[in-house]
Design a protein around this ligand. Structure first.
Ligand code: ZN
Length: 199
């Protein structure tokens, strides 16, 4: 069986975009040229079942596990309810978080007061996926803990050492996103345990 190498941690975003566009176009049977960075997958006609297929193809192509939940859900889990969204709209902090998470997205789309119900379409933008994939690639292990040799793609959700055969479970997209949120909270002066406010 041939070895499938893990893409480099610093794979350029334009290269990620090219590979993602090929996957999306193949799944939706459209022209890859129509899969532009600022397009939303739902605007290209992707339905839930297509998103499942695209996600699986992305995970295989890049040796990553995509997040299963949105960054807003994960952030609320880390910091508590009412911090990033309140009464169905983004708070100032929620807006700041999403602007940092998705710098390519026009900030007016994620401003404070934006209804949370409008966000799924933003989360489905191609450039948002590209950046998520880049973050996952940066967090993918590439060297064996036991012998230091190079890791290659293993069975689904795993990587394996090409020398000694030891397997490792890939970090999940949700874990990596939660870590990103905790780091973001620390950088923004929130408490180190990721809890905002408190007594
Ligand atoms: Zn090894």
């Amino acid at each position: 069986m041939s070895e499938v190498f893990i893409p480099p941690a610093d794979l350029p975003e334009r290269e990620i975009l090219t590979r993602l566009a090929t996957i999306v176009a193949s799944s939706l049977r459209i022209d890859p040229a129509d899969v532009r960075a600022d397009t939303s997958l739902d605007a290209l006609g992707a339905e839930s079942i297509d998103l499942v297929e695209i996600t699986l193809d992305v995970e295989h192509a890049f040796t990553v596990l995509m997040p299963e939940r949105t960054i807003l859900d994960l952030a609320s889990e880390v910091a508590g309810d009412g911090v990033f969204e309140h009464d169905g709209v983004l708070t100032d902090l929620g807006s700041a978080l999403l602007r940092d998470r998705m710098p390519a997205v026009d900030s007016s789309l994620v401003g404070a007061g934006t209804p949370v119900a409008r966000l799924p379409r933003v989360f489905l933008r191609v450039d948002v996926w590209v950046r998520v994939i880049a973050g996952l690639l940066a967090a993918t292990p590439r060297a064996c803990d036991r012998c230091g040799a190079r890791l290659v793609q293993g069975p689904p959700t795993r990587v394996k050492c090409r020398a000694c055969g030891l397997e490792f479970t890939l970090p999940t997209g949700d874990e990596i996103a939660r870590t990103w949120v905790r780091d973001w909270l620390v950088a923004h002066g929130a408490r180190k345990d990721g809890v905002v406010g408190g007594p």
